[in-house]
Design a protein around this ligand. Structure first.
Ligand SMILES: Cc1ncc(COP(=O)(O)O)c(C=O)c1O
Length: 483
């Protein structure tokens, strides 16, 4: 059956088979106009759907299988979060809407600030930063403004241990401070006596995550806080690892003055691939005046923004932060409740220690530093490198052949051939057992097989450095003759 003739020119244009010049509006400059119709494949709907569906299946995500990226924490994202974030009452809001029309959203943000304050033991929160690193940067600005306000501008150094996350020194330096890195002890923790010698009247802040990136809890934290405070510095908590201690201990009670949280990790919002994040900052009382504006306030039963904070560092994000991420975190916290959050941390720690023990039952990998870990642990594949010339990267690539996601590699830098594994609380025991079995199998495999992995994936080893340094972000059609 032929289509009515009136449809044909339109169909031709859509399918790209119309070689006649298409009428283009005059606003487009001559040099940018297409001279002939684009030669795109002429496919039917079934083929297109199959094509894109297959492409989507090439992606590995937390909904596909275990994804134990240490530090980057890919935990299950409850689907109720997505449903609520997609409600038109939230998804159709415009940031220029009048406050009186967004009372529900403002209430949610106000309550989230209070919940985060309660969970961390801080006195106030801002929800503006769009990621953990953005929160760190704001934290550094707060420290600077605090010291400037005390006429103490000689404080230009920020100390951080060699286990710190890469974003820590980057944020310190972006905010104009000097990075002072101190080596960790043989236990993998802060060297307290070295810290004592390092602090001075130049110290603006000490930046630390606890548990640290090795997954080890810094048990000297109270002494560390005294050392830093006695020297006139502030203590900054990188709270990306808060999922290890929720409901157990609070950074505020440990003596931290500034705290950032990664809502897109601990509080279950999806992330990765550059998706939106949220790195709220909590502070102790003495830093509240410097928090960014606008702040959310409640007057009687009405919520609104206020800019009436003359000592504020100003605005650090367009509008009010990534509200959809805030909403997911709010939903998650309400759904879990205080006991549920505490249990999530307990299971995250249990899972990490269980998996660590399972992997170490057979040869292949070692665990440097102190044994007991919190939410994550860092193995070394150094023995494999020495004995079989198999590197951590090769192990990671071979894991892809077994259909599971590799851990974080080569971080922290103080572990040779590091594999940083964080199973999270949402993995069942059989998934952990299977992961350990796969690692044992890889450790016993022929070195050449591991070194040439992956062999089952659509894409083999890519030139990652080149891809990062010279990204090709446009698509160029390759002509048949050039293939
Ligand atoms: C310990 C730690 N600090 C900071 C960050 C930075 O967070 P974001 O990736 O949201 O900038 C991360 C993220 O991986 C982290 O694991």
């Amino acid at each position: 059956m032929s289509l009515p003739s009136v449809q044909e020119p339109l169909l031709n244009k859509i399918s790209g088979t119309d070689q006649k010049q298409v009428k283009i509006p005059k606003k487009i400059p001559e040099s940018l106009r297409r001279t002939k119709a684009i030669n795109i494949p002429n496919l039917d709907e079934t083929q297109i759907i199959r094509h894109f569906h297959h492409l989507s299946q090439r992606n590995f995500g937390i909904d596909t299988g275990i994804y134990p990226l240490g530090s980057c924490t890919m935990k299950y994202n409850p689907k109720i979060n997505e449903e609520i974030a997609s409600w038109p009452q939230f998804s159709c809001l415009h940031p220029h809407q009048h406050e009186s029309t967004i009372q529900g959203t403002l209430q949610m943000m106000y309550e989230l600030e209070n919940m985060l304050s309660e969970l961390t033991g801080m006195d106030a929160f801002t929800l503006q930063p769009a990621a953990g690193a953005h929160g760190e940067f704001l934290g550094m600005l707060l420290a600077r403004t605090y010291h400037q306000n005390n006429n103490d501008s000689k404080r230009v150094d920020v100390i951080t241990p060699d286990t710190s996350h890469g974003t820590n020194p980057a944020s310190i330096s972006m905010a104009g401070f000097n990075v002072v890195e101190i080596p960790s002890t043989e236990e993998g923790t802060v060297d307290v006596s070295l810290l004592k010698k390092t602090v001075s009247e130049r110290t603006a802040c000490f930046m630390l995550t606890n548990p640290n990136t090795l997954g080890i809890f810094e048990s000297d934290i109270l002494e560390i806080a005294d050392i830093v405070h006695d020297a006139g510095g502030l203590l900054y908590y990188d709270g990306a690892n808060m999922n290890a201690i929720m409901g157990k201990v609070r950074p505020g009670d440990m003596g931290f003055d500034i705290v950032h949280l990664n809502l897109h990790k601990t509080f279950s919002s999806p992330h990765g691939g550059g998706g939106p994040g949220s790195g709220p900052i909590g502070v102790s009382k003495r830093l509240i005046p410097f928090l960014p504006v606008p702040r959310i306030q409640k007057k009687k039963d009405t919520y609104g923004f206020t800019y009436d904070h003359p000592q504020s560092v100003g605005k650090i994000k367009g509008f009010y932060g990534n509200v959809d991420v805030l909403l997911r975190a709010y939903t998650y916290i309400l759904m879990m409740g205080a006991n549920g959050l505490q249990k999530a941390s307990e299971i995250a720690v249990l899972n990490a220690n269980y998996l660590k023990k399972k992997i170490l039952e057979k040869p292949g990998f070692d665990l440097p530093f102190r044994d007991l870990r919190k939410h994550e642990f860092v193995l070394s594949a150094e023995e494999l490198r020495k004995n079989k010339k198999v590197r951590a990267m090769d192990v990671a690539k071979r894991l892809l052949d077994y259909g599971v996601h590799p851990p974080t590699m080569y971080f922290p830098l103080i572990v040779k051939e590091a594999l940083m594994i964080e199973p999270t609380e949402t993995e069942p025991k059989n998934a952990l057992d299977e992961y350990a079995q796969i690692l044992h199998k890889i450790a016993s495999e022929d070195a050449e097989i591991v070194k040439s992995a992956p062999s089952n994936t659509v894409v083999g080893r890519v030139d990652e450095v080149n891809a990062t340094r010279n990204p090709v972000l446009t698509w160029k059609q390759i002509k048949e003759s050039e293939k």
